[in-house]
Design a protein around this ligand. Structure first.
Ligand code: SF4
Ligand code: SF4
Length: 137
């Protein structure tokens, strides 16, 4: 089952694409594709070097491309249109944003949410929309 996203085009309009653009120090956070998600984008990704094996797992991670002085972009991102070229085939990792699984310092895994500075669309949500989505999760 495909997860619903919290933010849609309305909330993302005018954003500086923070979820598809990474700083050098944040490159480790490039989205991950599970094998079944990877299979869906074989037409777009095969032979392009867009994805690489993720550590010692059967998942794949996006290989970011340098797009400026300090910026790195997802290769599926169409800069001119400011759109994802695999919109209907985005992996869970992208659909889940601005939420992310984090490893706790003392072990365990928890869900964190980026703030409005990283994801400005959060500020455009209607009252109760965030809480409703958290309940859905
Ligand atoms: S796959 Fe699409 S949504 Fe995900 S980071 Fe790349 S361009 Fe952005
Ligand atoms: S950072 Fe947030 S508001 Fe901006 S495009 Fe991504 S999801 Fe939308």
């Amino acid at each position: 089952m495909k997860i619903k996203t919290l933010l849609g085009r309305k909330e993302c309009a005018g954003c500086d694409d923070f979820c598809c653009k990474f700083e050098k120090s944040g490159r480790d956070a490039a989205p991950i594709f599970l094998p079944e998600e990877r299979a869906l984008v074989s037409r777009e990704a095969d032979g392009q070097g867009f994805l690489k094996p993720f550590k010692k797992t059967d998942a794949s991670q996006i290989v970011l491309r340098k797009g400026g002085e300090k910026e790195y972009f997802c290769p599926f991102f169409m800069k001119e249109k400011r759109l994802c070229s695999i919109q209907e085939k985005k992996p869970f990792d992208c659909l889940f944003f601005p939420f992310a699984f984090m490893r706790g310092k003392k072990g365990g895994v928890y869900i964190a949410c980026f703030n409005k500075k990283i994801c400005p669309g959060l500020a455009k949500l209607k009252e109760g929309q965030f809480e409703k989505y958290v309940e859905y999760l």
